[in-house]
Design a protein around this ligand. Sequence first.
Ligand SMILES: Cc1ncc(COP(=O)(O)O)c(C=O)c1O
Length: 404
Amino acid sequence: MSWTPTREAFDQYMLPNYSPQKVIPVRGEGSRLWDQEGREYIDFAGGIAVNGLGHCHPVLMEALKAQSEKVWHLSNVYTNEPALKLARTLVEKTFADKVFLCSSGLEANEAALKLARRYAHDTVGEQKHRIVSFRQSFHGRSFFTVSVGGQPKYSQGFGPVPGGIEHGTYNDLESARELINDDTCAVIVEPMQGEGGVTPGTPEFLEGLRKLCDDHKALLIFDEVQCGVGRSGHLYAYMHYGITPDILTSAKALGGGFPMGAMMTTDEIARVFVVGTHGSTYGGNPLGSAVALAAVETISSPEVLKGVEARSQRFREHLQKLNEKYDCFSDIRGMGLLLGAEFNDSFGERGREVLAAATEEGLMMLVAGPNVLRFAPSLVIELEVIDEGMACLDRALARVMANG
Ligand SMILES: Cc1ncc(COP(=O)(O)O)c(C=O)c1O
């Protein structure tokens, strides 16, 4: 007998570690989604910065279909053509010489942190193991990455956290200077904090970290899981800043909706990962790699990257207008198509309320913390669709305001 799942089924069958919205989207195309009742929504969430080319983009569909008729999975006992093509493309388009493929952001960061520790261990010694990270940062949910992340609520209650990890204040170079010394093996930073509130790093901060890492022979890891793959208007945000990391992690939009991650580095650092040091069953899976290759090739085209700025501008103009109308934001910030609008004190921490009202008005969007609305739409969203979605947000804000 056929069964149509409902939102209540989530509470019945799934662990209660999420609290999804009431509607269940069943189909997507470009920047639009439809729910079980056929109701249409504009998508400003992009699966939390994943659907860089929107839903069911023809180029990604073609790549997935073509590969699905060849080979789905091999494991790393064998290599495969799509993985090699993807790795070559990433090397050609970035600072990196070598790529480790995996299936998620946390896996890419776990690999990066392990690589940094092993590199320091092998080239200097065991004492050089300290990792410096920043408060409010987010690097994933494995126990190592959650401990390195700067939001203690995610690592509390799980037993002793791994040692040798310290947290400075984001965009405060002095606080980093106090922590970084010759025992530091790595500094990990998001060039733009995503989960932590959509906060771009200042050029002085990121340049200062580069210099401190050079002075103390520590590796600089850029976590570009959320802000990478075109979101900043460059293929990777490090290109915007002109600051080259030693290790870069990528995921989310890399697979355009197919679970993919990558850790990239130089030949010199990569050499310490010898056979057996690290691995992942699904890393470099042919289906994912074929889709990611199509995503990277499409997103890195000048048309797509140039288009990000025009779209970003359109979002900002609308947000300014909403602020003039409702006096609700204290700050509108971000870069490219990762934008945040922080509510002012009089509006308060009502992000979840606005999210629910927006869904009712036909708009899917995100928050980053209780008081920041976050926008991470498709990089190719049409300008008219932005206008349409912003009209929904306007009505959603009016509703929330009317509730007092
Ligand atoms: C900057 C950053 N790093 C790492 C992660 C973890 O990625 P994943 O959820 O794919 O493990 C995220 C996820 O939101 C992220 O934003």
